[in-house]
Design a protein around this ligand. Structure first.
Ligand SMILES: C[S@@+](CC[C@H](N)C(=O)[O-])C[C@H]1O[C@@H](n2cnc3c(N)ncnc32)[C@H](O)[C@@H]1O
Length: 219
């Protein structure tokens, strides 16, 4: 996946590259055959595809725009192998694209509220990724809420990762996570926060995670 970062240098801000390299080196060591889930992905293909080969994108906002942004895979030099839409986006449907870009990658995009996808995902995750949770549509759940976060964090496999910007875990050790790296990761945001990568080192139940997170107040 390091080759992907190197090939995408024109798409990244130079000052985020050191942190991205650290993230990729950690994630590469993980040999778990589970998907990456990017919550509130928009069409941010470049940050998604450095985390794994099977990536689920979820974003409830303007599916057509998100879809055309996802197709910039062609722009970044990816070779599309297959693409299809099953059902209607935003009404339980999904768009699946298989392509080559330093290895074979599949992105599955859902134009839904993240909570709906989390409830359906039973197999677990290698990485849960959130980069800037706002703005959001009024009718969807808050990516920073204890309900969403506890469900999402509980899906991460042991030794798997939580990567975030602007959804930090103030006391990761209390909910079975350890902070592995911090650094700048680019985003359109009014806040100037760093990104953080956490590893799940211990299994607590969703209820226990929820209990600790309910006391966290985000800005
Ligand atoms: C500021 S944008 C960030 C986009 C992308 N992560 C990036 O860094 O380029 C936040 C995105 O999160 C999406 N979002 C927020 N809450 C969501 C939810 N509950 N379910 C799905 N998408 C959500 C919004 O629709 C919006 O596109």
């Amino acid at each position: 996946m390091i080759e992907r970062v190197e090939a995408l240098l024109n798409f990244f801000e130079p000052k985020e590259v050191p942190f991205l390299m650290k993230v990729v080196r950690e994630v590469e060591k993980l040999r778990i055959d589970l998907p990456v889930l990017y919550a509130g992905s928009g069409g941010d293909v470049e940050h998604g595809i450095i985390l794994g080969n099977e990536i689920i994108f979820v974003d409830s906002h303007l599916p057509d725009i998100t879809l055309s942004e996802i197709k910039k895979i062609i722009e970044i030099g990816g070779k599309i192998l297959r693409e299809k839409t099953v059902g209607k986006l935003g009404r339980g449907g999904k768009y699946i694209i298989d392509f080559e870009f330093f290895g074979r990658i599949r992105i599955t995009y859902f134009a839904e509220d993240i909570m709906k996808i989390l409830k359906e995902l039973k197999s677990g995750l290698s990485v849960y990724f959130v980069k800037v949770p706002h703005p959001k549509e009024p009718n969807v759940s808050d990516l920073k809420s204890p309900e969403v976060l506890s469900k999402a964090l509980n899906l991460i496999a042991l030794n798997g990762f939580y990567l975030e910007r602007e959804c930090p875990l103030p006391n990761p050790e209390l909910i079975g996570f350890e902070k592995v790296a911090s650094g700048y990761i680019s985003a359109l945001s009014i806040h100037n926060d760093k990104g953080n990568l956490y590893r799940r080192v211990k299994r607590l139940s969703e209820e226990e995670i929820m209990f600790y997170l309910s006391n966290v107040r985000y800005k």
